[in-house]
Design a protein around this ligand. Structure first.
Ligand code: ADP
Ligand code: MG
Ligand code: ZN
Length: 613
């Protein structure tokens, strides 16, 4: 099998290319190949499968990171057949367990599961075979809830262990262990007892997402024993990433137009924040003759399964869903994933957008960005803020990171995402892949970092002085208007003399630029937002944040704004030889009004083209 070259940030061990694992020279190799071909019906190993299988058969602890669809299951299923005892697989969802055990039984591999779906007789039968030393059961799938709730299961595992029939524990979707991950599940943290109770049983950890922070959290919690690492590249070369500015009042219309113009008749997913959004959008699409359906946790189980099946079987083309939809769904020909709202985190974005293009054909991932979505999340998390402030902070941190990702107009989307997962990625690879190059690599725009530290200080002072009145609250958009010297709302007129020193100070910046500076200050906690009800609608108001003094009183921090180079920088325009199209999305995001510049670019491109640069 072909070795892959992936490089990582920092000191990451990678055993995937270790010749000690990546070979066929083991006593078990013959059996391994026989099963691979004849039992699983496969021909060629995917990257990291062979070395991981070997390390698992050698009874080592392993940590396997592979993108979704990369083939993680085989890594433990094949070794399970070569082990003398039983492999226990812990998986977070019943649907995933049912799916896996069905696949195994279609391959005639003896596997069982213990979930609430079974009746008493079926459960009794499984316990009976677990007690039977001659039973041929090789894999037992359970949920972590089952493990912590059922003392009978605990006792049975203890018996198996003492008889040496407990081959290994496999923990699928292991990122659920970590609060820092995008899908934390409290029951997963109880899995730490496995190492204490069954010290000699190897543990295999599998996931398709884990940032370096999540990884070390997993290691600590599960007490993995200097595990072997198998990390595949998370780049999805066939996905085209685009971020567009969302049109606030006509977002659904925008989705409709996208589907009409770019994805007519194609299968896709549109992710929305709320159930109501899903229903409304699906209705709008149906009214315009687009085959669409909504999907969310508010629907009955039966209806959900039915709708999912309709979408998978192509009876319906577009599914408008909350993030409750998608885990474990393996539909190859999804041509687009549109985020009608900002995702909750970069990991979440990677997962959700990653459901496009499983077949390897080009597919689009379009995110409609609006900073305002953050208010909706805050509103949804109001209870969490009270009950678990730490979890709330993590959520906010994740949201701010995705804000930064969306507002970044110059760095490669792949580089940004992959760096987040600790993988180094060469931007050139994205640029060269013409059909699926990301929006920021496709654009010809050149960017500069404008030092806006003084503007930032002015903005904070302005907010502080309004805040000192304690009587009025000021929203982000009001601050923008004052700073730009626009007509301000009647409310703000009353405060005229308070904000006068700053009124119109930011005239030379566009509205969007002032907004982006403010977002930047929020992310860095130089400002903070408080949510207060205004006519029963929760509204975000800005005040100075905990880092404000550092910015105001020291020279330790500088604040920069990414800005397209001015027209006069004509000599610095570099025309990438690979692509000729202008990026509409960046133009959109930047609200480019300077027609002249565009014409200049076109002209330069024309000349470059003629000279074959
Ligand atoms: P993951 O758990 O990493 O998301 P799965 O283990 O579910 O992925 O595998 C995804 C699909 O790839 C499955 O349909 C599986 O049969 C298939 N697959 C796995 N390994 C191979 C291989 N070496 N060759 C061809 N198909 C494979
Ligand atoms: Mg899997
Ligand atoms: Zn790129």
């Amino acid at each position: 099998c072909a070795a892959q070259t992936v490089s990582f940030i920092g000191n990451v061990k990678d055993d995937g290319n270790d010749p000690n694992f990546n070979n066929f020279d083991f006593p078990h190799s013959r059996n391994l190949l026989h099963l691979f071909k004849n039992k699983f019906g496969l021909h060629q190993f995917r990257p990291n499968q062979l070395p991981a299988i070997n390390a698992i058969i050698l009874n080592l602890d392993c940590f396997i990171l592979m993108p979704t669809g990369g083939g993680k299951s085989l890594c433990y299923q094949l070794p399970a057949l070569l082990a003398p005892g039983i492999t226990i697989v812990i998986s977070p969802l019943r649907s995933l367990i049912l799916d896996q055990t069905q696949k195994l039984s279609s391959l005639d591999i003896p596997a069982a599961y213990l979930t609430g779906d079974l009746n008493e007789d079926q459960v009794a039968e499984i316990y009976h075979s677990l007690k039977d030393d001659n039973c041929d059961l090789k894999l037992l799938y359970i949920t972590p809830e089952k493990l912590s709730a059922s003392s009978k299961l605990g006792t049975t595992l203890g018996q198996l262990y003492r008889k040496g029939r407990l081959s290994r524990f496999v923990i699928d979707e292991v990122h659920c262990v970590s609060q820092w991950g995008h899908d934390f599940r409290p029951d997963y943290t109880k899995l730490r007892v496995l190492r204490d109770k069954f010290p000699n049983v190897p543990i295999i950890a599998l996931t398709a997402t884990a940032t370096p922070r999540v990884r070390s959290d997993i290691l600590n919690q599960l007490h993995l024993n200097s595990p072997k690492w198998f990390i595949s590249s998370f780049n999805r070369p066939n996905l085209r990433y685009t971020i567009m500015l969302k049109k606030p009042k006509s977002q659904f219309q925008q989705v409709l137009e996208l589907i009409r113009t770019k994805f007519q008749g194609a299968s896709g997913i549109v992710y929305c924040i709320s159930r109501r959004d899903c229903d409304e959008l699906a209705k709008l699409l149906q009214d315009r003759n687009i085959s669409a359906i909504s999907y969310h946790a508010g629907l009955e189980d039966k209806l959900r399964t039915e709708r999912q099946m309709h979408w998978v079987s192509e009876k319906v083309k577009v599914i408008c869903a909350t993030i409750a939809f998608g885990m474990g769904i393996d539909k190859p020909n999804v041509r687009f994933v549109i985020h009608a709202a900002m995702p909750k985190s970069i990991e979440g974005y990677y997962q959700e957008s990653g459901r496009a293009g499983r077949d390897g054909e080009p597919a689009d991932c379009i995110l409609l960005y609006s900073y305002g979505d953050i208010y909706r999340y805050r509103f949804l998390m109001a209870d969490l803020k009270l009950s678990n402030p730490q979890a709330y902070d993590i959520h906010m941190d994740n949201l701010y990171k995705i804000v930064n990702f969306c507002e970044n107009l110059s760095d490669c989307r792949r580089v940004l995402q992959l760096n987040y997962f600790g993988e180094k990625f060469d931007r050139q690879q994205c640029i060269e892949n013409i059909t699926t190059t990301c929006d920021n690599c496709k654009t010809h725009d050149q960017f500069e970092n404008l030092d806006v530290t003084e503007d930032a200080r002015d903005l904070i002072r302005l907010i502080q002085s309004l805040d000192s009145l304690k009587k009025y609250n000021v929203t982000l958009l009001q601050v923008v208007d004052i700073f730009k010297g626009c007509d301000v709302s009647p409310f703000a007129y009353k405060l005229g003399n308070v904000y006068k020193p700053w009124y119109g100070k930011g005239e030379s910046l566009t509205k969007n630029e002032v907004e982006r500076i403010l977002h930047n200050l929020l992310v860095g906690e130089y400002l903070c937002e408080v949510m207060l009800p205004n006519n029963n609608i929760m509204t975000g108001y800005v005040t100075a944040g905990k880092n404000a003094p550092e910015l105001l009183n020291t020279n330790n921090v500088q604040i920069f704004l990414q800005r397209k180079r001015a027209v006069s920088a004509r000599k610095t325009i570099v025309v990438p030889a690979t692509s000729t199209a202008q990026s509409e999305t960046n133009a959109d995001l930047l609200q480019i009004e300077n027609q002249c510049y565009t014409e200049l670019c076109t002209m330069v491109n024309g000349i470059a083209g003629a000279l074959n640069v």
